[in-house]
Design a protein around this ligand. Structure first.
Ligand code: C5P
Length: 217
């Protein structure tokens, strides 16, 4: 009984954190649960879309009917997105991609030695920016998780990464954002904005997809 507003559309969505290996047993990651990206995939499917989900390591069970590609690192996520972006009508970068990875991957477990140690980090590719740079690109949507000056940073990213839309969440507030079932977003696009007030991630996901549908037309 869901209105099939995304019928015939192919959505490519990233979700979850990435893991950046330090040595064979250690990695750097972040607090993303993947819940928002999975909610977007589930709701997009319910609205009739054909959905490809590129997922970092999460503890959410796979969604029936969603083509899911599981990856670990930002490099792997970048590759999976680039291999699938050509036939996408919409790209939503919901993953919390690690900005940096260890400059060197130790092939053996690093032994403890001194009281301090340093790990040199190097930048990961920006998946969202790389999608947005393509000439024949999908409608490109980013997320901005911020702890302060949320509107300012979100609008900055919309312009700098040349996105079609950005969904900002204030991760400093309790019970929304990372690892929670609820969320609240403020969505910006070049000609407007809309507040999606506090609700379950499934409900927020539905509303965001409705906004994307309106702007796609
Ligand atoms: O600039 P910032 O990392 O805050 O931008 C967040 C947005 O960019 C999110 O949509 C995230 O999925 C995407 N991103 C990405 N690749 C990165 C870093 C962020 O796709 N390496």
């Amino acid at each position: 009984q869901h209105p099939q507003i995304l019928e015939g559309k192919h959505l490519l969505i990233t979700a979850g954190p990435t893991r950046e290996a330090i040595d064979p047993v250690r990695y750097l990651t972040n607090k993303s649960s993947g819940k928002m990206g999975y909610a977007l995939a589930e709701q997009a499917l319910a609205l009739g879309a054909d959905v490809t989900l590129v997922s970092g390591p999460v503890s959410i069970k796979a969604l029936q009917g969603v083509n899911t590609i599981t990856v670990e690192s930002a490099e792997q996520m970048h590759q999976a997105v680039m291999e699938n972006v050509d036939n996408a009508d919409v790209f939503i970068g919901c993953a919390a991609v690690a900005d940096y990875k260890p400059a060197e991957l130790a092939t053996q477990k690093i032994k403890k030695n001194n009281t301090t140690m340093a790990i040199e980090l190097t930048r990961n590719p920006d998946i969202l920016a790389d999608v947005a740079k393509r000439s024949n690109r999908p409608f490109t949507v980013g997320f901005a998780a911020e702890t302060n000056d949320v509107a300012k940073y979100a609008k900055g990213k919309l312009a700098n990464k040349k996105l079609d839309m950005i969904a900002a969440n204030d991760v400093s507030k309790p019970n929304q954002g990372f690892n929670t079932d609820d969320n609240a977003l403020t969505v910006y696009w070049p000609e407007g904005e809309c507040a999606l007030t506090h609700g379950h991630k499934q409900q927020i996901a539905r509303q965001l997809l409705e906004l994307i549908h309106q702007q796609l037309k």
